[in-house]
Design a protein around this ligand. Structure first.
Ligand SMILES: [Ca+2]
Ligand SMILES: [Ca+2]
Length: 207
């Protein structure tokens, strides 16, 4: 029984190998600039660095360096990928900090998809990771935040997906792509091992 189990494990690994992975935009731009809590490097939304919630942090200290904040605006941010990608998950790292007039967005529009944010799901004075699933294909993706109060803070925006048009669109030609080949190899491996298990004399070639 060991071999079929091993085959299934291998097959699972092959399938996992074609699943979504983090994709980092090459650049992004705003329709309205942050204010006060600046985007100090121009890449603070995608640099992998986060900010802690530090009560009393202000503009004059480094405590808030990794935050990017908007005061009284509902920003729209367009992320550029420099190639066609299919994004399946977008996550906004934000904070609910009402003591400092920082609120989560009430609504997030990704491409043409509109998502509501239930403020009651999040704890005050704590980070909030707002995660949205969908399928967005293109070389750029625009995210529109509807502010929930005076300030809106982000310290990171992250994306999971695949390079290219993804699996929701038919391939442009009949040449199997890498993922199809990997799945076929996995199925072949299972067929060979199951064949051996059923027929002791089976001498089929295995991968
Ligand atoms: Ca960051
Ligand atoms: Ca900053």
């Amino acid at each position: 029984m060991l071999r079929p189990i091993l085959a299934l494990v291998c097959f699972s690994s092959l399938v996992a190998g074609v699943s979504a992975a983090p994709i980092i935009p090459t650049s992004y731009n705003y329709n309205v600039s942050p204010w006060g809590y600046w985007d100090d490097t121009g890449t603070q939304l995608t640099d992998g660095l986060y900010n802690n919630v530090i009560p009393g942090a202000n503009l004059a200290t480094p405590d808030a360096y990794n935050w990017v904040g908007w005061d009284g605006n509902s920003p729209s941010i367009t992320f550029n990928f420099n190639q066609v990608v299919t994004i399946n998950t977008l996550a906004l790292s934000s904070v609910k900090w009402t003591n400092a007039a920082v609120y989560l967005p009430t609504q997030v529009t990704i491409g043409s998809d509109v998502f509501s944010v239930n403020d009651g799901d999040y704890t005050n004075l704590d980070k909030a990771l707002l995660s949205f699933n969908g399928s967005w294909t293109g070389t750029a993706l625009t995210v529109q935040l509807e502010r929930g109060g005076q300030w809106t803070f982000l310290d990171e925006v992250s994306f999971d997906g695949v390079i290219g048009a993804g699996t929701n669109n038919p391939p442009s030609n009949n040449v199997p792509d890498e993922s199809s080949v990997m799945v076929m190899l996995g199925l072949g491996l299972i067929a060979a091992v199951v064949g051996r298990a059923r027929f002791p004399g089976f001498s089929g070639r295995t991968f």
